[in-house]
Write a protein that binds this ligand. Structure first.
Ligand SMILES: NC(=O)c1ccc[n+]([C@@H]2O[C@H](COP(=O)([O-])OP(=O)(O)OC[C@H]3O[C@@H](n4cnc5c(N)ncnc54)[C@H](O)[C@@H]3O)[C@@H](O)[C@H]2O)c1
Length: 359
């Protein structure tokens, strides 16, 4: 019989709630332990997932006997590095939500800590588990689109979600949103490496409310001249669906293309109380009756399977570190209005960190 796992979920808000529920439902999980500082949310999650234990003190969870893995989904993003570091040092396999860290040295430290202890360590780039994105990657790997020359992704979320994020941490649209799409583009373009970045911020309605740009447009050139364009917007008026995201993707190769409509206009829910909604349109997805719409449940189960079967995680932390270097370069580029070469020089690393934290 396959070994069952004991897992901890730290921070059971929106994403951590989905991850905890996925763990609670899955037969690979024996004990689920949760840490959540918001008492009302903790009570809700206790009722939903019936955990073996529940606490507001995440550090005490790491000492639970027989724990195998931690899924870290707390906010603000300043918690990611210290929580992941402590979990890895406690010998746990870790799934950490993006961003991997706030500074490149922190990311390097986490990667080194995981590698030196032989632990699984992965970052929540959930969109790789979206079937449409996976199909795009397969169309590159099977050669059907030929040599991939251009990837374009434009994604918008609503300003209410933008404000939720922007009010807890001043990270740019590239760091908090385009990060998924940069990861996706590089995944399709593997093993090519990025060499050059140019980015601009479009300032608008969010300047006075959260002090962040409405959109950020970033262009990345790869080492063979292929080009990635990513637009990340966080300013659409509220409405449509809570935390809706709308995305259009184009891949163009020498022998073919893939055009992906992920705008979520395929279901219209129209009611006299709320008007028109486009449901099932969030990035992580949600449970619907006996099924799940979206990538986060599958991503969570992939991590459980990797730990139980001792197989590789799909999203390597070095991928996340590279994406981080690119969005930091994008923030620096937008700050100084110049093209930034990669890898970042030590000088540029410092300037990029300052640029990304001064948003
Ligand atoms: N993959 C995706 O599609 C996706 C989507 C949204 C967010 N995210 C990422 O996931 C992370 C979580 O985002 P969210 O929207 O779920 O946030 P959230 O604010 O809804 O949830 C975070 C939870 O952590 C809890 N918390 C805070 N400090 C804690 C502590 N010290 N110990 C225990 N619990 C603590 C909060 O009370 C809250 O319930 C973010 O870093 C974000 O970047 C990923």
């Amino acid at each position: 019989m396959m070994k069952q796992l004991n897992v901890a979920v730290i921070g059971t808000g929106w994403c951590g709630g989905i991850r905890a529920e996925a763990c609670a439902r899955h037969p690979l999980v024996d004990e689920l332990h949760i840490a959540e500082t918001n008492p009302a949310r903790r009570a809700e999650m206790e009722a939903l997932t019936r955990p073996a234990s529940s606490t507001d003190d995440w550090e005490s969870l790491l000492g639970v006997d027989g724990l195998d893995a931690a899924l870290i989904s707390a906010t603000p993003e300043t918690t990611h590095y210290p929580m992941a570091k402590a979990a890895l040092e406690a010998g746990l396999h870790v799934l950490l939500e993006k961003p991997i860290a706030l500074a490149l040295e922190e990311a390097d430290d986490l990667i080194e800590t995981a590698e030196s202890r032989g632990l699984k360590f992965t970052i929540g780039y959930s969109q790789r588990f979206n079937p449409k994105q996976a199909f795009a990657r397969r169309s590159v790997r099977d050669g059907s689109v030929g040599d991939l020359r251009h990837v374009l992704v434009t994604r918008h979320v609503g300003r209410r979600l933008g404000a939720k994020i922007g009010n807890r941490i001043k990270l740019s649209p590239a760091a908090m949103e385009a990060t998924h799409d940069i990861d996706f583009a590089f995944w399709c373009l593997e093993p090519r490496r990025p060499v050059r970045v140019y980015s601009q911020m479009a300032w608008g309605v969010r300047a006075d409310t959260v002090g962040l740009a409405d959109s950020q447009v970033t262009m990345v050139t790869m080492d063979d001249g292929a080009v990635v364009t990513v637009n990340a917007g966080m300013a659409l008026p509220a409405g449509g669906y809570p935390n809706a995201a709308t995305t259009w993707i184009e891949l163009v190769g020498t022998d073919g293309s893939v055009m992906i409509d992920d705008t979520h206009k395929d279901i219209v829910h129209n009611t006299s109380t709320d008007g028109v909604h486009f449901p099932l349109s969030t990035m992580p997805g949600e449970y619907v009756e006996a099924t799940y719409a979206g990538p986060m449940e599958r991503e969570t189960i992939h991590f459980l399977e990797a730990v139980a079967n001792d197989t590789e995680v799909m999203v390597k932390p070095r991928d996340a570190r590279l994406v981080m270097e690119v969005y930091m370069a994008a923030d620096l580029s937008a700050d100084v209005n110049e093209v930034i070469e990669l890898p970042l020089t030590p000088d540029h690393q410092g300037l990029a960190l300052a640029a990304s934290l001064k948003q």
